[in-house]
Design a protein around this ligand. Structure first.
Ligand code: DC
Length: 221
């Protein structure tokens, strides 16, 4: 059976940075499930579908063709055959992804894609419901978090480094709103799985978090 490391946690906790490093060290593939919800959100934005238009979103689930490939270990998200990686990390797309991911049809579509990927490859997969819903039988589950101040600052630095304009207070408010929505939604809310190891990265370096996860993986896999 393929091995998996399931990493869940709130926005900006460092999941993707760490998951990539862990995957590289162990020779697993990295699957970023947030990018799939973002690709779905991009499809909605491009087609002028509102976040509250439930029938429109459900129809879009039938029309949106989302698939994943890997090039040099890097995940490439294809939307209608187009590589959309460079369009996924904006605040607009992130907020739409958080809003539209409450929809059961959206989740059903993307969870099926995620489970298929994990069935035939060793994966490090990150998201909100990986340990609880997508890979409940994974033997290595991590819940990675950090304070909202630290997470907002990291997101701010990431945007500024890319040359985008950013407002720290607005980012913190968005993060707190997104946490609230991700944690309280009826469908697959963000929560720590009973058998997940909690890591708070607020005062840890990237290297320290990576090493902590590798040691859990060595023990459990
Ligand atoms: O991790 P991220 O910020 O790229 O995720 C964007 C949104 O997608 C997040 O606010 C909630 C949703 N999401 C989800 O519901 N389930 C996942 N497994 C991953 C992301």
């Amino acid at each position: 059976m393929a091995k998996s490391i399931a990493i869940d946690g709130p926005a900006g906790a460092g999941k993707s940075t760490i998951a990539k490093l862990v995957a590289k060290q162990l020779g697993f593939i990295y699957v970023n499930t947030g990018a799939m919800y973002r690709a779905m959100a991009l499809f909605l934005i491009r087609n002028g579908i509102d976040k509250d238009d439930t029938p429109g979103i459900e129809k879009a689930c039938e029309l949106a063709d989302i698939s994943i490939t890997h090039t040099d270990g890097k995940q490439v998200v294809l939307l209608m055959g187009e590589n959309v990686n460079d369009h996924l990390r904006t605040e607009e797309v992130g907020n739409m992804a958080s809003a539209s991911s409450v929809n059961a049809k959206v989740r059903e579509k993307l969870v099926a894609l995620q489970q298929k990927l994990a069935s035939h490859e060793d994966v490090v997969m990150d998201g909100r419901d990986i340990g609880t819903v997508v890979l409940p039988d994974s033997r290595c589950k991590i819940y990675l978090t950090a304070s909202s101040d630290v997470r907002a600052r990291r997101r701010y630095d990431e945007l500024v480094a890319k040359g985008e304009s950013a407002d720290l207070d607005k980012i913190r408010a968005d993060i707190e709103e997104r946490d609230q929505r991700d944690m309280t939604r009826a469908n697959s809310p963000l929560k720590q799985a009973d058998d997940a190891v909690l890591i708070d990265s607020s005062n840890m370096s990237i290297e320290e978090v990576k090493d902590a996860i590798i040691s859990v993986a060595k023990e459990r896999l």
